[in-house]
Design a protein around this ligand. Structure first.
Ligand SMILES: [Zn+2]
Ligand SMILES: [Zn+2]
Length: 259
């Protein structure tokens, strides 16, 4: 187990360079005293992937890379520094019917870190778009969301390390089933442990609903699965955002950090 030093997290394992340069992001990460910093661009920001995979959820603005190699060469712009490890990664959608195409795209190269995320439901609804919902469909949607996440954890389409923002559906629904959520998140955490994947304590999720992330942390503790912190920063100022709340949850529930 990697202990927290003075109740402080020292790695941010989820960030993007579609809106800010790699130099500005890494300079900010170094200034914040991070030991490890991962840049994990969405695969939907790559021309080839966008052309062959129907993403229901992607950024309409921001940099689009022509190739994986163009993206990878960005990392050469960063001067190495002692006690600072920059990881080259990707945030990879799990879309059941495109597993093969996504796997073929990502697995062309090897990566320091891979994050897996579920951004859409099976009817292709973006989890963060306004999803009209009454209490009964809220329950159904959450069940469906967690089922897809478990399918992702059980899939070997890419060798990923972390399931990202596992409770982000709240962003689209604005509600969760109070009675059922504990059981659903326990199922998720059990599957993550079984497949040696970490669940992410995500800075944006913490911002949207801290209580829900607390439920996730409780489930991770109960089932003994590892966690990872990722701010999901798109701008230098967002790096490590809400990490103190994540650190508190890690201490309080005695969670184990994967990185
Ligand atoms: Zn995401
Ligand atoms: Zn992200």
């Amino acid at each position: 187990m990697k202990p927290l030093r003075g109740n402080r997290i020292e790695s941010d394992n989820h960030s993007h360079i579609l809106a800010a340069s790699i130099e500005s992001m890494t300079t900010a990460a170094k200034k914040k005293g991070l030991e490890q910093f991962s840049i994990t661009e969405h695969i939907s920001q790559f021309k080839g992937a966008r052309e062959s995979i129907e993403f229901s959820s992607f950024h309409t603005k921001g940099r689009v890379f022509h190739s994986l190699d163009e993206y990878r060469s960005e990392f050469e712009k960063v001067k190495p520094a002692p006690d600072f490890r920059l990881k080259m990664g990707l945030e990879v959608d799990f879309i059941s019917r495109f597993q093969k195409q996504i796997g073929d795209f990502v697995n062309q190269r090897s990566w320091d870190i891979l994050l897996c995320s579920v951004h859409e439901l099976s009817d292709r609804k973006d989890i963060e778009a306004n999803i009209n919902s009454d209490p009964r469909s809220t329950e159904r949607r959450w069940r469906e969301y967690v089922e897809i996440e478990i399918e992702a954890l059980e899939s070997d389409y890419i060798p990923f390390d972390v399931l990202t923002h596992p409770v982000r559906l709240f962003g689209g629904i604005g509600d969760f089933p109070r009675d059922e959520i504990g059981g659903l998140l326990s199922d998720l955490a059990r599957s993550a442990r079984r497949h040696s994947k970490a669940l992410e304590l995500n800075g944006k999720d913490l911002e949207i609903n801290e209580r829900l992330v607390e439920q996730l942390a409780r489930a991770a503790a109960k089932e003994g699965c590892q966690v990872s912190f990722g701010s999901d920063a798109h701008l230098p100022t967002q790096i490590m955002e809400n990490s103190p709340q994540a650190a508190n949850l890690i201490e309080r529930f005695g969670l184990e950090l994967k990185f």
